[in-house]
Design a binder for this molecule. Structure first.
Ligand code: ZN
Length: 318
């Protein structure tokens, strides 16, 4: 089979490797789609330490081809979204059967279980309540997922902010009650106007930038919740913690490392997705074959107009 190996800065090489053999509690999945994650961008730009090789790719969906001797819950042919931590940019991957979740009958390139799980856990941890006023800063892929899931919780206002016109148009199509172009409008003032001067009950930071993080303190009401969903890499971030403390904000660090939490988010998210309650068809904007994996990462880096999410896809033979 073929697998993408990261061998240098911005340099994946597609190489041959044996198809994995499942351990007793594992299955082998023929990969149909593997999402390109923002968290993998820096490692791609920098490359691995000299002389080392990395095999990234963790947003995998596909079809089970082989099951280990102890596996009773899955059979060959099952369509699944799975939890893997690496080796996802490959034609086949071995994964514990317990980490596979039914993907339903829809296109598998839309059943990206791992980011869906993150968004589910973020919305659950932030605990959006019926009638809440919610702000989502950042209308990229994660922001869109968070927006859709927050909408399922029945907010009053669902305000989405971004600097890109196409992203705001999409946010509106996805059901935002209000969109704010932060290049032209004062977000905090708009939120105050929309909430009777009070501020949002919950603000989701979905960009991973200092600017958006800082803005959360100005959009959230006293004793409201700030959920940090964006992946903050690179330089240190600073918070006006004295002010945030005085405002009695509840801070939710919506980055999940506990396996049980991730699994539960995946189960809930795939249940919603497979039932059509969490559509993602307008969120996967770019598809690339494995040979173009570097191009896929460059597209994530450059974010051309209309970009939401890049996915490596493998021809589905069924
Ligand atoms: Zn990811």
């Amino acid at each position: 089979m073929r697998i993408a190996a990261l061998r240098g800065p911005e340099r994946f090489e597609v190489e041959e490797a044996p198809v994995p053999v499942p351990r007793p509690d594992e299955v082998v999945v023929r990969v149909v789609a593997s999402g390109v994650c923002a968290s993998e961008l820096e490692p791609w730009v920098d490359g691995p330490p000299t002389g080392e090789v990395r095999y990234p790719g963790h947003e995998v969906s596909g079809v089970v081809t082989e099951v280990g001797s102890d596996v009773t819950t899955l059979a060959a042919g099952a369509r699944v979204g799975v939890w893997v931590t690496e080796r996802g940019f490959a034609e086949y991957v071995a994964v514990r059967a317990a980490y596979c979740f039914p993907a339903g009958d829809g296109p598998l390139d839309l059943a990206l279980a791992e980011p869906i799980a993150c968004a589910v856990n973020a919305v659950e941890a932030a605990d959006v309540r019926l009638g809440d006023d919610v702000v989502v800063i950042g209308a990229g892929f994660m922001g869109n997922l968070v927006q859709r899931l927050a909408a399922l919780r029945g907010p009053r206002r669902l305000v989405v902010a971004d600097a890109r016109g196409d992203a705001l148009e999409r946010a509106r199509r996805l059901g935002a009650t209000d969109v704010v172009d932060v290049t032209a409008d004062d977000l905090a003032a708009r939120v105050r106007a929309l909430t009777g001067g009070r501020g949002a009950d919950v603000t989701f930071e979905c960009t991973g930038t200092q600017r958006a993080l800082t803005a959360c303190g100005d959009t959230t009401r006293m004793s409201g919740t700030i959920a940090v969903v964006g992946y903050h890499q690179g330089a240190e971030r600073t918070l006006p913690l004295a002010f945030w403390n005085w405002m009695a904000f509840r801070l939710v660090n919506a980055h999940f490392r506990d396996l049980a939490v991730i699994m539960r988010g995946m189960e809930v998210g795939m249940r919603l997705h497979a039932a059509g309650r969490l559509p993602t068809d307008d969120l996967v904007s770019h598809r690339f074959p494995l040979d173009d994996v570097n191009k896929a990462f460059a597209t994530l880096r450059d974010k051309p107009p209309g970009f939401v999410k890049a996915v490596i896809t493998f021809p589905e033979v069924e």
